[in-house]
Design a protein around this ligand. Sequence first.
Ligand code: FPP
Length: 242
Amino acid sequence: MTPSFQSLEKIPRHVALIMDGNGRWAQERGLSRIEGHKEGAQSVRAVLRAAAKAGVEFITVYAFSTENWKRPPQEVEGLMKLLVSSLEAYEQELHDNQIRLRVMGQFDRLPLLVRKRLQKTLDATAHYTGHTFIIALSYGSRVEIAEAAKQIAVKVQAGELAAKDIDEQTVADHLYLPDVPDPELLIRTSGELRLSNFLLWQLSYAEFHITDTYWPDFREEQFFQALEAFNGRNRRYGGMEK
Ligand code: FPP
């Protein structure tokens, strides 16, 4: 049965996803880890389509963390290649649904080929305003916050900003994508209860949806279930129940 996104009362503007379990999915089938990541790339596509259907404006996926550089070189290389081929494969999907691609993370650390392929799609979709697909690549939240602190310190040193005027908004304004609203919903697959250095600042008030499903098995139906669960939550932002 196709899920009816229209039946949902509230649709989060921004959904962030920690795509975990590709390795275990592959292992259980006697496949290589990269096969798991490949199947996971199909899930990314399914979620993009479902999000556009549901009217979610922003989707952020954690594709490669700063810590992921420590994985075996073969896996890192496989993931980078997969990223390039996936961008190729998603391109039509992005145009059909008028989705803008953006990236967050240490862009300069990525291999030249990956940067070039990303830049091509970034430029080709830059004019779309309705939906945004954000890929966190070589991303680490602590690095992001430390970088923001550095930029603020430079401004203070240059006399452009007074230390007494630094507040939450100042920090938020110096993160990678200051114009993107904070995610209202975080989905993590494969049952782990960790944030893994993902959007620590931006997820302060997000609802969490943890599912045991491995990422390669997470498709439209599972995305719908996550939105349904979100609909059952009462968001209070630290205030009183209404
Ligand atoms: C975590 O699973 C997943 C990753 C580190 C990579 C996620 C990447 C993709 C889904 C590839 C395509 C992405 C895009 C945006 C094209 P894991 O390897 O840690 O799984 P495990 O915990 O079961 O070992």
